[in-house]
Write a new protein. Structure first.
Length: 409
């Protein structure tokens, strides 16, 4: 594992001498163990070499980031990784190709890294370390082996996916989709939201229950930050909703016996403060974000959803791959331009008229070919970069993603 700036410089020099133009990358964070996640590990692989980099022990990763700018970088399910890149590197380096997006465009039903590798290569991944604490040092061998697995076979899988995409004439779809994810969407962490207490299910609560939920949620965030724990390890979302509704009905709640006195006192104080709030201080119920459509617009939306369903069936892909209902509504209502809502390939496949919102082109596009992914056993040979004797002391061993956030298994 590369653990010093000097080791990184030596290794990067050797990579540049190899002349490779593509690589596989994965990132590991500690979002299951600490309040603010940290970038804890970087896994890298190319055709000849696999390496693990320790970002916690180095203060200058700019040379590595600059190197990635020269590469086509393959990742799997990269959206959460984009969040980490933005936060710790300030940008997303290089050209990112996502094998999960490729699998989706080919009609794979199961999109986790393990399922995709098993489908294409017959390889299985050991995911026992998936929720391990990546801040541990030194990292045990089992965790290093897990880290290697996320990138070891990724380029071999990428080769098969590339061939199948091109055979179906979907390579351009893939490039547009990867660019869309990298440059338009990016990723977002739960800790980036302003009202973090508005968890899933809160939209069903009335104002008084929301008042208690807000108090409980704010207490949980403060407690998690003080104890450096992930919020869900302080109190789960389901229990937050249950207690907020019970308190709004005037019912008593039973706190966990395992809670320390400091936690109990802080929680009770938060609830007492919530009880003192007047109704005009209660947080508002969030209105349904769905747009209001008139009869003609609703008819158009239903028509386009049916078109999307039929096209997805013809192409053997998931309906969501062709866009969402919300995007169709926004296009018809003209609240956003079609180019901000759909990728060019989606517009073409669906036959949308860019000049006339809600209208179809006079002639529909021909049906695309479909291809059932075939399993293929590939033998991958990983070679180590030779390290000259005089720099062995600074060269590392060649070793090989919130509740939320990233799930590659």
């Amino acid at each position: 594992m590369i653990e010093t700036n000097k080791q990184l410089q030596v290794w990067l020099k050797q990579l540049k001498e190899q002349g490779e133009s593509r690589c596989a990358v994965d990132l590991e964070a500690d979002n299951f163990y600490h309040y603010q996640e940290k970038l804890c590990l970087i896994q890298f692989a190319n055709q000849a070499h696999v390496e693990v980099i320790d970002p916690l022990s180095m203060d200058d990763l700019i040379p590595f980031i600059d190197y990635l700018d020269t590469q086509t970088v393959w990742m799997h399910g990269a959206q959460y990784d984009f969040t980490l890149m933005h936060r710790y590197w300030g940008r997303i380096p290089g050209k990112i190709y996502d094998t999960q997006i490729a699998a989706k465009l080919l009609g794979f039903k199961k999109l986790s890294l393990g399922e995709v590798l098993n489908n294409l290569l017959g390889e299985s991944l050991d995911k026992t370390e998936q929720r391990s604490d990546w801040t541990k040092r030194p990292l045990p061998e089992s965790m290093l082996e897990y880290a290697k697995g996320d990138v070891l076979h990724l380029l071999a899988a990428a080769d098969i996916l590339t061939a199948q995409l091109k055979e179906l004439g979907r390579w351009e779809w893939f490039e547009q989709s990867c660019d869309w994810e990298q440059n338009k969407k990016g990723g977002i962490s739960a800790t980036d939201y302003k009202d973090k207490w508005r968890i899933k299910g809160s939209e069903k609560l009335k104002e008084e229950a929301l008042c208690y939920l807000q108090a409980i949620g704010n207490w949980r965030e403060e407690r998690a930050a003080k104890d450096n724990k992930t919020p869900f390890k302080i109190l789960g979302n389901a229990k937050m909703l249950e207690w907020a509704q019970a308190l709004a009905k005037g019912e008593k709640i039973k706190l966990y016996e395992r809670w320390r006195k400091e936690w109990v006192n802080g929680f009770n104080h938060a609830i007492k403060q919530a009880k003192k709030q007047s109704q005009d201080q209660w947080p508002p119920v969030m209105k349904n974000s769905r747009m209001r459509l008139n009869q003609e617009e609703e008819k158009l939306v239903k028509s386009w959803i049916e078109t999307k369903r039929k096209k997805a069936a013809e192409l053997n892909i998931q309906e969501s791959t062709l866009g969402s209902r919300g995007s169709i509504e926004a296009w018809i209502k003209e609240t956003q331009t079609i180019d901000d809502l759909f990728m060019p390939w989606q517009i073409q496949v669906l036959g949308m008229d860019k000049e006339n919102p809600g209208q179809a082109l006079p002639e529909s596009e021909p049906k695309e070919k479909t291809l059932k992914p075939k399993a293929k056993k590939v033998t991958v040979t990983v070679k180590s970069i030779l390290i000259k004797p005089d720099i062995q002391d600074v060269a590392s061993e060649n070793v090989l993603t919130a509740e939320s956030t990233r799930k590659k298994a």
